[in-house]
Design a protein around this ligand. Structure first.
Ligand code: ADP
Length: 319
């Protein structure tokens, strides 16, 4: 089966600024591919080029089996794009927005209405469909935007940061809708700054940093690139902790929390080995938790920089 998207050696500069520095991507049909990276990494530029909105300086690109340079019309007919800037017209209702889009695809009047109603239902907007889009919440607007992308039944969809700025609940509902699309046979290439989003959705992830792909793989493969996996053992008494620290000399004790942090890759083999040593020494462990590296650790491991300066639940307090 030919890939839905095949990119080799994609390069792009704006003036003397090199934005994409030789990108290779391969997206299998019916899968979700995430392009992950911080602001300014070049994600939107990739989407704009693959969706024919901008031209590449160099590279072999095939989308839906068509050569992008030779047959951009055929590419356009196979794809849908939802960008960071909404195509929704706030002065029309959701339903009118969809019908207008259907008109652009030359669906007949009847068919346009049927398709609009179908999509409103699919995106949980049936009631909202009668109201002006300017009254919608951020999540509703994004859903309408995605619904509008689907009017022409594209086989491949580009989603540029589909959940940026959404609250956690709207984000989860967007994720469900994206998964449903793929279950229906569509291929999705999405960009995201959220490591968790790529982990949740994508079959494969490419990490983009300053116009270069610095890592590529499944979430699990990427996590293996990051050091920092460990097992935390909590004990009920300082004596027990001291004994355990002798048995496990590579571990780092936290005397206050009665916790021992044991470096460990989290594999079944390593875990079994550790449990055997605990058993042999007759140690009483109160609690055991496994920390496997998450994608934040991965980004740091492959770029040497944190993916984002602070986490949402972290606050800086002045003393
Ligand atoms: P991302 O989507 O990862 O945030 P972009 O692809 O939007 O990154 O941008 C990558 C870099 O390219 C940025 O430094 C941006 O300023 C630059 N860039 C993007 N579009 C243009 C343009 N039309 N003209 C000049 N520079 C651009």
């Amino acid at each position: 089966m030919s890939p839905a998207i095949d990119v080799r050696g994609l390069r792009k500069s704006y003036g003397d600024k090199l934005v994409l520095d030789g990108i290779d991507l391969n997206v299998a049909e019916g899968t979700i591919f995430a392009l992950l990276g911080p602001n300014g990494a070049g994600k939107t530029t990739v989407v704009r080029i693959l969706s024919t909105l901008a031209t590449a300086d160099a590279g072999e690109i095939r989308v839906a089996g068509h050569d992008l340079r030779q047959d951009p019309e055929a590419v356009r007919a196979a794809i849908g794009v939802t960008g960071q800037f909404s195509a929704v017209d706030g002065l029309m209702t959701g339903r009118e927005n969809l019908i207008l889009m259907a008109d652009l695809y030359h669906l007949g009047k009847q068919q346009a209405r049927r398709r609009a109603d179908e999509l409103l239902e699919q995106f949980d907007l049936t009631d909202a469909g009668k109201k002006l889009a300017m009254t919608y919440s951020g999540g509703m607007k994004r859903r309408l935007d995605l619904a509008m992308t689907l009017v022409g039944r594209p086989r491949i969809i580009f989603l540029d940061e589909p959940t940026t700025g959404l609250d956690p609940r709207s984000r989860h509902s967007m994720w469900t809708m994206i998964r449903d699309l793929v279950a229906g046979g569509v291929t999705v290439l999405l960009t995201t700054q959220y490591l968790e989003e790529a982990d949740q959705l994508a079959d494969r992830i490419a990490v983009l940093d300053h116009g270069r792909l610095v890592a590529q793989g499944t979430a699990e493969e990427l996590k293996r690139l990051a050091p920092g996996g460990h097992i935390r053992l909590r004990f009920t008494s300082p004596d027990e902790l001291a004994l355990a620290a002798q048995v496990l000399p590579s571990a780092v004790p936290d005397h206050e929390a009665l916790v021992l942090q044991v470096p460990n890759d989290g594999s079944v083999h390593a875990l079994r080995d550790l449990l055997a040593r605990i058993d042999d020494a007759s140690l009483e462990v109160d609690e055991l938790t496994v920390h496997t590296p998450d994608l934040d650790d991965v980004f740091f491991a492959v770029t040497g920089q944190p993916a984002k300066p602070t986490k949402p639940n972290e606050t800086v307090t002045a003393s």
